[in-house]
Structures are given as C-alpha cells and as structure tokens.
Design a protein around this ligand. Structure first.
Ligand code: FES
Ligand code: MG
Length: 599
C-alpha cells in the first residue's frame, strides 16, 4: 500500500502541469469577479482560496449511500478514506449525493431510477467544477447509472464498490441474500415453512453492511466495472466489512488524482475490446441476466456498438468458473478470498480469451493486471479446463413472440433438462403449453388456480419498460404449490420483464419489444403452444400467421395492450423517452450527448 502511494506521488510529481477543468470556475485569467463569485461559497466550510486556485485537481465523490439506500449506506464511512486518499495525492475532495436507488425497496421498481440517477449525475458532473470523480457504487442499478454518466461526461472517473455483505447462515447452511428469498418462497408455497420461518430465512442472508452477497446484479455489475477497467483490479469483490474495503477506498482516492494528471478518461477505457472482455468475464462468473441491459446501455452512451448478438457470439461458449450462488454454492466472501475477479480473468487470459491490451484505470493493461493471479481455491474459482459448466453464457433468442430475448444457461439444472430438454430427436428443443399472466399481481392472484402442469411454460407480460415502468424483476416465476409438493421445481418462463440476478430460474427474459410496445407477447393466450429451440435460438408461437394477424387486429381495435397510468411525472417522462430492454433501455434522446465535458 505504502509502495503504491509512493509510486503515485512520483507519477503525479512528473505530470505535465496542464490546466484543470476546474480552472474555468476558480482561476480564469483576468476575471477576478467571476472567480470570487465561484470561490466564496466553498470557503464557508473552511476551504481556502489558495487551495482552490492552486491548480490541484478537484475530485467529486459521488455518494450513493444513505439511510434509504441500505445496500450502499456503508459508503458514508468509506468515503472518509476516499477523501484521505485524494488529499494524500494532492487533490481536493468534494462529496455530493447522487439520486439513491435501493433495489429491494423502491416502488414500483428500482430500474425506473437507473436513468433518473444517470441524468442527475450527468448534470452534476457537467455543471460543477470537477476534474475527476470517484463513483461510489454497490446496489444493482447504482453501478450502471454511474458508468453511463461517466461515459456521457467523459472526465476521469473510477468506480468504488461498497462491497458485498458477509456470508449469511442458517445454522451451518450458507444463506445468500436474494437467493434465500426465492428458496423461502418455494418452501412456503409448498407448505414446508410458516410465515416466521419465511422471515427468518430471508433475513438470514443479510448479516452485515454491504450489497447482496450472491452473484446477483450488484456483484455482477461491480465485477464488470472492474472487468471493463473502471475499478481497481481486485477491488469489486472485497466484502464491505473487511478492512481491505477501507484500504481500497484510500487507494481509489489516490488513483483518481493520478488519472486526472494522466488525463485518462472513460473513452480511453470503455472501448469495444473492454466490453468484449466484460462479456467473457460475465459468463465465467455466472453473472446476472441484467448485465446485457446495463452494458448495452453504457456502450451506447460512450458510442460503442454492442448488442445481444455480441453476448451470444462472444459469451456463450465461455465456461462457468465461479462457484457462487445462484449458479453455484458459495458466496462472495469465498470468492474474494479465492482471488476474486483477477483470478477469474487470469484463467481467461491463459486461454487467450481476453483483449489483454485494453487499458484500465490504473494505467496498466488488463493483461498486466491479471496475469498469473490464478486462484489457489479450486472449489470456488475453477480452472478453465475444469469448469462448473461448459458453454455457460447467454443465448440470444428471437422468433414470432419477440425480436430479442436472452436466456441465462448457467442456471439450467439437470432437473430442468430432464423435464423439458431431453428429447432424443432434439435434446435442445421443447414444446410447452402457455399460461399467461398480465403483470406480477395477476400472477400472484391466479397462480394456484390457473391450468398449470409440469409441461407448462409460464408467460409474464406487461412487465417491460412501458408496461411496468422501468421493467419489473418478475419473470422468475415459481410453479404452483401443488406442483412444488410433487417435486416439480422449475417451469420455464418467458417475459417482457427482467429476472433478479439472484434467481436461478430457467427463464427467457428481457423480451423486446414488450407487449405494451406492440410485441406479439400481447396476443398469446392460455393454452397456446410455444416451441423453444435453443440450438436454433428460436422461440415460436405455434399459432398460424393468420390467427396472429386476426388477434393483433382485434387487440388494436380494442385500444391496444392496456398500460396502467403513470403515477408520477418521472414515470410519464420515462415512458415517453425510453427504449426497450434489448437496447439497454436508455433514454433515446440522451444517447447523442457524448463526451460533453469537452464541449
Ligand atoms: Fe441491493 Fe441486492 S438489493 S444489492
Ligand atoms: Mg435485482
């Protein structure tokens, strides 16, 4: 640690003393009146004019923790070490709040706020005198919101994760946050636990400060921030409560000052190669099915082409190496101790699966960061040749029901394969009878009474960006209690919404266009046959084109697929401006604003 601090000091001392962006606020030549106006209010808490006019980098700390964002709340403490790191390297920290996003609490759904948090962070980074920014990330949507904003603004930026919670336990059984909820839901539906047991199981997964301790969307998105090169190597997986987390805050503070002096910007790091590295890493860690949505969005904002075909083509044939829930058995503490992302990337490096020259935030390449970091713990992080599962990436599916949807194959278990996929004629195809739900409320109301058997495919619609503004995480539907009691653990699902990253259901997700945007999911009926062919990447409604056309006409005549009214101004604005999940659900009009700090 001390060695790195000395190195950074030397780098900074040698940096060319160019003008800072903040000079425009505090140090304009011949405009003392303007400088004074901008200066004076920062002095009221003790900063001095000399500091602000010394051409030292002013570093924003984008604080995402608060009492209403419990996953990220520990950042209120970590930020103190970030400040010290910034000061020690000769920068001036200025901490400010970002729009909070708590995944598990925000109604109707937290994704609605990803773009709002993005928008507000863009405004703050553009409008205030920042030369660089440390983005305090954690809970699911906070990380992509920050990366999208950094991509748009393009000032030197680095992510610092809050870190996952410590392991949860019930007696000696590991309990992962989120994953415990899905398990409890099934046990409760099958009558095996009561209400008290339900609460006990769910809360056992959350023993400390930090974000979800499973490889859910939070662990995934922070791992991918690191894989992209936007966070220090090895930083994403450090548990929130470990001392290393605070030390990492300090190092990140030092690093951002060096990045400003080196003028190392998001556009230097977030290249097509970096995104391809992240896709490969996502398969190896068993990452969340929300990752394509968020990475496609970040790419759009930085001007890199990326789509769901890339995810299948580049990511599908990569094996699953990380044995962490929901695709595996362990939690993030084991993962971190086993070496975390650098250990995973070292396996990919050895097999030539990475663009090793991609630049990262610390000025080194990905290759330099991860080479030789292979894990000592082969139970948690497998070698490439002895993976948990081969071909473990996402499939990109299309057909008569939708143009684009993805399926996370790393969570298709043996039971599901037997129940649906083991047809000697075509072991990767199956036909099933549809039962259709219009939103999660309809599902909860009708699950136990609908005509569902062990060969049913459950369809959830009205859960996309327009239908359930923001797109709800509701496609991971479990079977009715009577089937669970018979041992039918999972039914395949299709939906225009999303699935929690902590869930292991065999689902076809993020279907675009959604029912509310004119997709054919709007015309499926209970009892229709659906054919899923994973080899051909097809999902088809086995209903004649004439019948589909007639149903579409009838739907249009009745006013289209019903969308509930917006309840807040943002819901309305969001619906007006948003794209579909396949395109990253970005605000369509925002994408043309790129590298705005340079303007
Ligand atoms: Fe915040 Fe999982 S709910 S990280
Ligand atoms: Mg989630």
């Amino acid at each position: 640690l001390t060695k790195r601090a000395e190195e950074l000091k030397a780098i900074i001392a040698e940096a060319p003393g160019g003008q800072m962006r903040s000079t425009k606020w505090f140090n304009r030549k011949g405009n003392n009146a303007m400088n004074s106006l901008y200066l004076e209010r920062f002095l009221n808490y003790g900063l001095t004019p000399e500091e602000l006019q010394s051409n030292k980098p002013i570093i924003g700390i984008a604080q995402s923790g608060s009492d209403i964002a419990p996953c990220n709340r520990h950042h209120l403490e970590i930020a103190k070490r970030v400040r010290e790191g910034i000061r020690s390297a000769g920068g001036i920290p200025m901490e400010f709040p970002t729009h909070p996003i708590q995944e598990s609490v925000r109604r109707p759904t937290a994704t609605l706020d990803r773009n709002l948090s993005y928008l507000t962070l863009v405004e703050l980074l553009y409008a205030y005198p920042f030369d660089g920014v440390v983005m305090l990330t954690g809970c699911d949507k906070t990380t992509p919101a920050c990366l999208m904003a950094a991509a748009t603004i393009n000032i030197p930026a680095i992510c610092l994760n809050v870190g996952p919670m410590l392991n949860g336990y019930m007696q000696d059984e590991l309990m992962g946050s989120g994953t415990a909820l899905w398990k409890a839901r099934e046990l409760h539906a099958a009558g095996k636990i009561d209400d008290t047991g339900f609460t006990e199981m769910v809360t056992s997964g959350t023993p400390s400060v930090g974000h979800c301790n499973t490889m859910g969307t939070a662990s995934t998105m922070n791992a991918l921030a690191e894989a992209l090169g936007m966070a220090l190597p090895g930083s994403a997986g450090i548990p929130a409560a470990y001392r290393e987390r605070m030390q990492c805050g300090y190092k990140t503070g030092q690093q951002i000052v060096e990045m400003v002096h080196a003028d190392r910007k998001p556009s230097d790091i977030l290249t097509r190669e970096a995104f391809e590295n992240a896709i490969v890493a996502n398969t190896a860690i068993g990452g969340s099915s929300n990752a394509p949505i968020h990475l496609n969005a970040i790419a759009k904002h930085v001007g890199v082409e990326l789509n769901n075909d890339d995810w299948d083509r580049i990511g599908f044939h990569i094996p699953l190496l990380v044995n962490v829930m929901p695709a595996g058995e362990m939690l993030m503490e084991e993962y971190h101790r086993a070496g975390g992302l650098p250990a995973v990337m070292a396996e990919l490096y050895d097999k030539g699966k990475l663009h090793t020259d991609a630049l990262t935030c610390n000025g080194k390449t990905v290759g330099e960061n991860v080479k030789g970091q292979n894990s000592w713990d082969r139970r948690t992080i497998r070698s490439y040749d002895q993976p948990l599962k081969k071909d473990a990436g996402f499939l990109h599916l299309s057909g008569t029901l939708f143009e684009s949807a993805i399926m996370k194959t790393s969570v298709i278990d043996a039971v599901f394969r037997k129940q649906f996929l083991e047809d000697p004629n075509d072991p990767n195809a199956f036909e099933a009878k549809a039962v259709v739900f219009d939103g999660p409320e309809d599902y909860h109301m009708r699950l136990e009474t609908a005509d569902i058997d062990s060969k049913t495919i459950l369809i959830m619609r009205g859960a996309g960006p327009l239908g359930y503004p923001g797109a709800a995480e509701v496609v991971n539907m479990h079977a009715p209690g009577r089937l669970l009691k018979q041992g039918v653990q999972s039914l395949p699902c299709i939906g225009d919404g999303r699935q929690s990253g902590t869930s292991g259901s065999p689902s076809i997700l993020n279907a675009s266009p959604e029912a509310a945007a004119g997709g054919n999911l709007a015309v499926v009926k209970d009892g229709d046959k659906v054919r899923v062919d994973l080899n051909k990447r097809r999902v088809d409604l086995l209903v004649s084109p004439e019948e589909i056309k007639a149903r579409r006409e009838a739907l249009e005549a009745s006013g289209g697929y019903p969308v509930p009214p917006s309840h807040t101004p943002w819901q309305e604005i969001f619906r007006r401006e948003t794209g579909q999940l396949a395109d990253g659900m970005v605000l369509k009009r925002a994408v043309k604003y790129q590298r705005v700090a340079q303007k």
